[in-house]
Design a protein around this ligand. Structure first.
Ligand code: FES
Length: 164
């Protein structure tokens, strides 16, 4: 490299506009307290949006009632936490797309509609949800779970056969 090209490069570097300072790529952690009062529409804040990763579920309680909240590609959804087979906590289930697989015997429920893919006559109840102010809110019930319980397991045995 000749002296002329060295000087030209140095001059170019000095003339170049300063690089803008990069904003931090990580969002600050949201530590705000979760509002404790229901809003005017009867929704209860249950989580910060940042508390529940995409593809995960969690069991929360509203006035003592366990509710499973899920974060899927289409947003946040809430269903009754008790599986309509034998009451397993669906908030602990594996999320597959828009469905959750029960952690006990693998019945599959549609997180958005409550439909049970394994036993269609055993849907799970659903609740309205919304995101506001970076909180996930659960509102009034939109459907009921069936009250029936028991039935076939994936291994072919029924609830009573397992109990004996
Ligand atoms: S308790 Fe859910 S499938 Fe058995």
């Amino acid at each position: 490299m000749g002296i002329r090209s060295f000087i030209q490069r140095k001059v170019k570097q000095r003339m170049a506009p300063e690089k803008p300072i990069q904003a931090s790529k990580t969002k600050p952690v949201d530590t705000r307290p979760i509002p404790s009062a229901k809003d005017a529409q009867g929704f209860t804040a249950v989580l910060r949006v940042s508390d529940l990763m995409l593809g995960k579920g969690r069991t929360i309680a509203i006035e003592g009632a366990p509710i499973a909240v899920f974060h899927i590609n289409d947003g946040f959804f809430a269903i009754d936490d008790a599986c309509t087979h034998e009451d397993a906590p669906l908030g602990d289930g594996e999320v597959r797309g828009a469905t959750v697989v029960c952690p006990y015997h693998d019945w599959i429920f549609d997180i958005k509609t409550g439909a049970c893919e394994t036993e269609p006559e055993r849907p799970i109840g659903c609740f309205s949800t919304k995101v506001f102010d970076d909180f996930v809110w659960v509102g009034p019930r939109t459907s009921e779970s069936t009250v029936d319980r028991g039935g076939d397991h994936a291994d072919g045995l029924t609830t009573s056969e397992h109990a004996s």
